[in-house]
Design a protein around this ligand. Structure first.
Ligand code: SF4
Length: 735
């Protein structure tokens, strides 16, 4: 496929086009029938000013922002002109942050559930009453069951401070971040075992000759500076290789698109590496200098011929060879992208290791286009909660050690099992901070069973979500536009003319409305009521920020004077070469294979289709579903169905359908079919995060199908305990 990249063409691609809907059109559409109430406070407009220091949290990439503020009301969000990261660019979701800020459905006051869990009736209460009840109930749990009687599900920057409180001062081991066990944790630990460090997404795509990605949805999973690097690479002439069962936005730009059978990627990578070895097309100098265990690795993968992999992956052997040759011819200046959301099939650790080894064989480290380790600014203050003495809480940790390569925290499914069975101990209180476990953790019924057996459930969030229906006490948090939190730092050499480093910190663009509070206030007040006052590390969020910034010679005041971003000279990012552990003896000692290994996954049962899901450029999973502008631009998640499959099933484009999975779980809500040749015949695809059940989300309720509801089979990755979620099968039911 020829590459014809101009910005205009890029914006015309089907998947990206939705992100480029004119804002005026979105606003007009959104305002019809959603709310007649003015969402933005009206004013005299005399006092328009630009407030700097904002950092976006419509997703977790943290783009740097400024706000146009009139009479205390935020009128518009833009990229910070001083930013060398995202620059002036923000994505559709970033723009729509203003609709989150003034969403009439937002949580405004502390609330007590005087109805049932799952069918709440909310009563407004004072902060004093809410905090007293939370403190009393959580303390009672600790007194009766020990600190391990509490489970915590955090997500996002504001959840870090309370997460560390519950981990260290309270001492519970039952802390589980969705970003680790359902998303990128398996990738991080796979690369750790291959190169001795987490990869993040530090591939120098802007300077690459080839960009190679397995299942990465550039253009759909938009992170502005990352997308810019990808686009810069393509504009500079990089060849793009996309391996994906679906004709994604990035596949539409690809020089080579391999429509692989789901779950077989590792077989393809092993065959490429074996081919490179047999034909002496790998970087022998790099391997000799930095490789460990290459002979054992070579032996272990020697059976992987192109033909064997082709049969397994259901792709032409010649295409595997073509990709291997393209990478070898352009090595070492090739970006082997580590991916982001990587918990797919329960064999994901092996795929991650194989990618790390492939990059090593190509010598694609520390060079333009390869994987680099950016030299970011350091020397920041740490905020540490005082530690309690918690020997007894080690039990679940020991159990979690069956997953020797487990990311930090405890696998979510293990916490649920422990809570439901009471084995090895009871978990009777639950704190949910910015996460929506109903729609992030597979097998919803199990999550509900866990919640229903709790003595106490508290949620802290900005918006209502499906989990907040199960809260006993629901606390309203200040949004990212109304509060300080955490530093964003980095280095930039590939998007700017010179090497520079930046330091910024999230600062409020407007004051918090109604009775919303920041995380330091809420958490400290809980700590006081739970008897942990002496462990409190800072007393206000401003003190926290200054304490972190002070060792770097900065403060909130100084950052404001510098328009929200401190710039300083950068350092050459190239020239750092990690050791590549081709054959990992530590893994062998733990009972795993020393070399990357392909593990087949279950086949699609007769009459079913494999359920694939992913990101949309217009939503950050469920978090943004109630946003009126984003909802107007993408009100539901079309179900991609192959044209031949659609014909067999008597479906046509636009038909309304629901789904039922192989365990009999029905989607409950409907969406429409998108008939396309751009997906394998045995799969369907949909965007993640739709189909909320919470009536308090008046825009999003019942819009689209909730993929998570249909994911009842979890394929646990044996090395990490992460949850592979693509081994679920569905049937289409015409609505
Ligand atoms: S990529 Fe978009 S949503 Fe994410 S932080 Fe940047 S502007 Fe916000």
């Amino acid at each position: 496929m020829a590459l014809n990249l101009t910005r205009r063409n890029f914006l015309k691609t089907a998947s990206f086009a939705a992100a480029s809907v004119p804002l005026s059109k979105i606003v007009a559409h959104a305002e019809e029938g959603v709310s007649k109430t003015p969402l933005i406070p009206q004013g005299s407009f005399k006092d328009t000013r630009t407030v700097t220091g904002g950092i976006c949290e419509m997703c977790f990439w943290r783009c740097q922002l400024v706000g146009k503020v009139r009479d205390g009301a935020l009128m518009k969000i833009e990229g910070n002109p001083k930013s060398i990261d995202n620059g002036l660019s923000i994505c559709a979701r970033g723009n729509a942050g203003i609709k989150l800020l003034y969403d009439p459905d937002r949580l405004k006051y502390p609330m007590k559930n005087v109805g049932k869990r799952g069918e709440p009736k909310w009563k407004r209460i004072s902060w004093e009453e809410a905090l007293d009840e939370c403190g009393k109930k959580l303390k009672a749990t600790v007194d009766k069951y020990g600190p391990q009687g509490i489970a915590m599900f955090p997500h996002g920057a504001s959840a870090k401070y309370p997460m560390h409180y519950f981990e260290h001062a309270v001492g519970t081991p039952n802390v589980s971040e969705a970003s680790f066990f359902q998303c990128r944790g398996v990738r991080d630990y796979a690369w750790l075992s291959a190169i001795g460090g987490g990869p993040d997404e530090n591939v120098d795509m802007a300077n690459a000759k080839v960009i190679f990605a397995l299942g990465c949805h550039f253009g759909e999973n938009i992170h502005v500076s990352h997308t810019k690097k990808y686009l810069k690479g393509l504009a500079n002439g990089a060849k793009l290789v996309i391996v994906d069962p679906r004709f994604s936005a990035s596949a539409s730009k690809a020089h080579i698109w391999m429509q692989i059978k789901p779950g077989t990627d590792t077989a393809m990578v092993l065959a490429m590496m074996n081919y490179l070895i047999e034909n002496k097309k790998y970087n022998a100098d790099y391997v000799d200098e930095y490789g460990e265990g290459f002979d054992e690795f070579k032996e272990a993968i020697s059976g992987w011929t192109l033909e064997k992999a082709a049969k397994e992956c259901e792709v032409p052997a010649a295409q595997i060879k073509e990709i291997a040759d393209l990478l070898a011819a352009n090595a070492p200046n090739v970006s082997i992208h580590p991916g982001r959301f990587s918990s797919w099939y329960g064999n994901d650790f092996q795929r991650g290791r194989a990618l790390g080894c492939l990059a090593g064989m190509l010598g694609a480290f520390g060079v333009p286009g390869g994987w680099v380790k950016p030299k970011s600014p350091g020397g920041f203050g740490k905020i540490k909660w005082g530690h309690g003495h918690h020997e007894e809480v080690e039990a679940l940790h020991r159990e979690a050690e069956i997953y020797h390569q487990s990311p930090a925290g405890t696998p979510t499914d293990l916490i649920r099992d422990c809570a439901i069975t009471g084995n090895p101990y009871p978990i009777k209180s639950c704190v949910v901070w910015g996460q929506n476990p109903i729609q992030t953790i597979p097998n919803q019924q199990k999550t509900i069973d866990m919640l229903m057996q709790m003595d106490f459930v508290m949620c802290v969030d900005v918006m209502p979500t499906d989990i907040t229906m199960y809260a006993d006490i629901l606390l309203p948090e200040a949004s990212y536009l109304e509060r300080y939190d955490y530093i964003k730092k980095g280095t930039q050499w590939d998007l700017s003319a010179k090497q520079q480093q930046y330091i910024s910190a999230r600062m409020p663009l407007v004051e918090a409305g109604f009775e919303r509070k920041d995380q330091v206030y809420i958490c400290n007040e809980l700590a006081k009521r739970m008897g942990n006052e002496e462990a409190i590390p800072v007393h206000t969020i401003e003190e926290m920020m200054d304490k972190m910034l002070q060792p770097a010679g900065l403060s909130i005041k100084k950052l404001i004077e510098e328009n929200g971003i401190h710039l300083q000279p950068g350092k050459d990012p190239y020239g750092e070469f990690p050791d590549i552990i081709f054959y990992n003896e530590d893994l062998v000692d733990e009972g795993y294979s020393g070399a990357p290994t392909y593990v087949p996954i279950p086949e699609v049962p007769q009459g079913y289709l494999r359920l694939l899901f992913g990101r949309s450029p217009l939503h950050s999973f469920n978090r943004t579903q109630n946003n009126a502008w984003l909802h107007a631009a993408m009100p539901e998640n079309p179900v991609w169905v192959n044209d031949k499959t659609a014909k067999q099933l008597g479906l046509k484009d636009g038909d309304r359908i629901s789904l039922v999975n192989s365990e009999g779980v029905e989607s409950g809500t409907t969406s429409h079919v998108m008939v396309t040749p751009g997906i394998r015949q045995d799969c369907v695809f949909m965007a993640h995060g739709y189909g909320t059940k919470n009536a308090a989300m008046t825009v999003a309720k019942d819009a689209g199908i909730d993929d998570q509801k249909l994911i009842t089979i979890i394929a646990v990755d044996p090395e990490t305990g992460c949850h592979g979620m693509r081994n679920n099968f569905v049937k289409i039911v015409k609505a």
